[in-house]
Design a protein around this ligand. Structure first.
Ligand code: PMM
Length: 292
């Protein structure tokens, strides 16, 4: 498995795709909003995801849900910092999901080892320079501004070609800002300025192959997103249910692993770790939990 440069050794040595567990410390995220606003509950949830097979935990303090209120940076920091610090102190590899340089910096000082920016470095004009200075792995996601589900921005000639083209621009801007390309992970941003048909096209074998042609490790975040309730032609499924969406998402993970993705960002760590284990070998030696 080709990892981004700069991962801690216990992850860099893993010879398979990684499972990134999600902890949203927000009142209003898609599926877990409000559940983990209390730092102790968020910490317990992060540790539980690791126990269930996640390799690293993505901690976010700002909802990207449509209509979610933008929170001041200090509020975002107050939400995520205790959780990042406690997880890092417990030996957990933490990624910080933020669009703000101030939050990224505080989180990395508190022990985060990776920054996940859903704006691909465009929301905060100081983000790319900070990421270059921090010299840690970064996830740059495709987006066209704003939060998720901006259907008005979901206008493409050919979604795969257009997203790949725009991601090339994102990578160029990051390199121009001094970020080592070897540290970059690319994410197509499922659900962000994309209709269900767009997400399915990006997840098709041809779509994933085109994304892989960017030459960087790929992260895929399909977990619990709306489009899982649709068929690949965008039509609502008759059998939609939370369980059906989880199963659909596991199928997405299986085909993404087949296409060689670096990681999947998921809520249901146990099930996805099970798929990774089945297709690629052991997820983690249990004895190493909390020992890094
Ligand atoms: N999706 C969400 C938030 N952060 N980060 C990356 N890299 N990729 C994603 O697809 C992504 C993300 C929104 O989902 P959530 O509200 O369930 O966390």
């Amino acid at each position: 498995m080709r990892h981004p440069a700069g991962l801690p050794p216990h992850l860099a040595d893993v010879n398979r795709s990684l499972v990134m567990g999600i902890v949203n410390v927000t009142p209003d995220s898609f599926s877990d909003g409000g559940l983990f606003l209390d730092p102790d509950r968020a910490l317990a949830h992060g540790l539980e995801l690791i126990r269930l097979g996640a390799d690293l935990i993505d901690v976010g303090g700002e909802s990207t849900r449509p209509g979610a209120h933008e929170v001041p940076a200090d509020v975002e920091i107050d939400r995520v910092l205790p959780v990042v610090r406690a997880l890092a102190e417990g030996g957990v590899a933490v990624s910080i999901d933020t669009r703000r340089a101030k939050v990224a910096q505080a989180a990395v000082e508190a022990g985060a080892i990776m920054v996940n920016d859903v704006s691909g470095g465009t929301a905060d004009p100081t983000m790319l320079a900070l990421l270059a200075d921090l010299a840690i792995p970064v996830v740059l996601m495709h987006n066209r501004g704003g939060g998720a589900s901006r259907d008005d921005l979901a206008v493409y000639d050919d979604v795969v070609r257009d997203v790949v083209h725009e991601l090339r621009g994102t990578m160029q801007r990051a390199e121009d800002a001094g970020i080592n390309p070897a540290r970059i992970v690319i994410d197509p941003g499922l659900g962000f300025a994309k209709l269900p048909t767009h997400n399915w096209a990006l997840l098709s074998p041809a779509g994933l192959a085109q994304l892989a042609s960017l030459g960087r490790p790929l992260l895929i975040g399909a977990s619990r997103k709306r489009f899982l309730a649709t068929d690949s032609d965008g039509r609502p499924r008759d059998d939609d249910s939370p369980q059906q969406r989880v199963e659909r998402c596991l199928e997405v993970t299986a085909s993404a692993l087949e296409a060689g993705v670096w990681g999947v960002r998921v809520h249901d760590a146990a099930q996805h770790a099970g798929v990774v284990r089945a297709l690629m070998g052991p997820v983690r030696e249990r004895s190493t939990i909390g020992q890094h």
